[in-house]
Every structure is written in C-alpha cells, then in structure tokens.
Design a protein around this ligand. Structure first.
Ligand SMILES: CC(C)(COP(=O)(O)OP(=O)(O)OC[C@H]1O[C@@H](n2cnc3c(N)ncnc32)[C@H](O)[C@@H]1OP(=O)(O)O)[C@@H](O)C(=O)NCCC(=O)NCCS
Length: 157
C-alpha cells in the first residue's frame, strides 16, 4: 500500500487523538495535541494511507540546532509495516534540512519496538532518567542521534 507523509492539520486531530489514546497509558491531552499545530518550533506530520485514513503521526521540535522527538505513534492495527520508520525519517530529514545537528528523545526502558526503530536510524542511549514515567513508574532512556550517525537510506540523501 502506498502512503503519504504530510503536515498535520486541524482535521487530523480526531485521528491523532484516537491513535494517541490507543498507544499510551498517559496520553497527551487533546489541548496539548492541538496546541502543537500552532507551536512555532514543531514539525508535525501525519502518515496517510491511500484510502485516506491516518495511520500515525510524528511531532519533532527544532530549537536552535537541536532537535527533540516530542511524540510518535502508529495506530496499533498498522504497526510493523514500516510506517513508523517512514514517518520518523521524514521528520528527522526535515530537521536536518533546517539546520539540526543532533536530536534527543526519551523512551521507556521497556519499549523495545521504539528503541529498535531509534537504534536502526542511528540513535544511541546517552543517559537514564530515573522514574521519569508513571503508570507504570519506569525509567526513561535518553537517546541521541547526531546528524553524522543518522542511517540514511541510499536513495534519501
Ligand atoms: C514505536 C512505533 C512508532 C514503531 O512504528 P512501526 O510502524 O510499528 O515500526 P516499523 O514497522 O516502521 O519498524 C521500523 C523498525 O523499528 C523496529 N521495530 C518495530 N517493531 C519492533 C518490535 N516489535 N520489536 C523490536 N523492534 C521493532 C525495527 O528495527 C524495525 O525495523 P525492521 O523492520 O527493519 O526490523 C510503534 O510501535 C508505536 O506506535 N508504538 C506505540 C507508541 C510509542 O511507543 N511511541 C514511542 C514513544 S517513545
């Protein structure tokens, strides 16, 4: 199935909210998800399937030359199909184009799928933040991807 990654818009919010609430034990509030549409440092993307449905979103921030992965999720029914990788590559490459030299993120220690994705694209663990998450309480792994360590696809450079 072909997919498109495009900037998120207000009409995507119900889909983003549904995916967020299906993906996290402590989801972002509707207000927080909506506010990202107006956040001047945010690059907010959705992945749309060719039937028009939204299967996931990614939200990255660029402050000076430093990026942050604020949020990413794929609908539970659409995981393992490469969509998360497509979304994250699009978001990261947009930041690199805009002058980003390095990105950071936080991820639950137990979140093997997400950590697998991040390591595949060039992130490595740089610190642990004790008891960062609730429901359940869990440490966060802080990961960083420096631009020179990003694992470009041969056709995407
Ligand atoms: C993390 C997430 C976005 C990955 O999206 P996805 O579309 O399922 O992932 P992809 O199919 O693009 O997989 C890309 C890579 O991620 C890794 N990966 C994906 N699923 C994995 C799993 N179940 N176990 C281990 N690694 C996995 C692999 O490295 C994979 O590459 P490969 O197919 O060449 O092995 C998705 O699992 C998700 O939405 N999870 C819930 C929300 C969440 O945890 N967000 C991150 C918060 S920090």
């Amino acid at each position: 199935m072909s997919v498109t990654v495009r900037q998120a818009c207000r009409g995507d919010l119900p889909h983003i909210i549904a995916i967020e609430e299906a993906s996290f034990s402590v989801p972002w509030s509707h207000q927080s998800l909506a506010a990202e549409l107006e956040n001047p440092v945010a690059h907010y993307y959705v992945l749309e399937k060719d039937d028009g449905s939204v299967a996931g979103y990614a939200d990255v921030w660029l402050i000076a030359d430093e990026g942050q992965l604020a949020n990413i999720a794929i609908h539970p029914s659409a995981r393992g199909l490469g969509y998360g990788e497509i979304l994250l590559r699009t978001a990261m490459e947009a930041l690199f184009q805009a002058g980003c030299t390095s990105l950071f993120l936080e991820v639950r220690q137990s979140n093997a799928p997400a950590q697998g994705l991040y390591r595949k694209l060039g992130y490595e663990g740089v610190a642990v933040r004790k008891n960062y998450y609730s429901q359940p309480v869990e440490d966060a792994c802080i990961m960083q991807c420096q631009k020179e360590n990003y694992q470009w696809l041969s056709h995407s450079r």
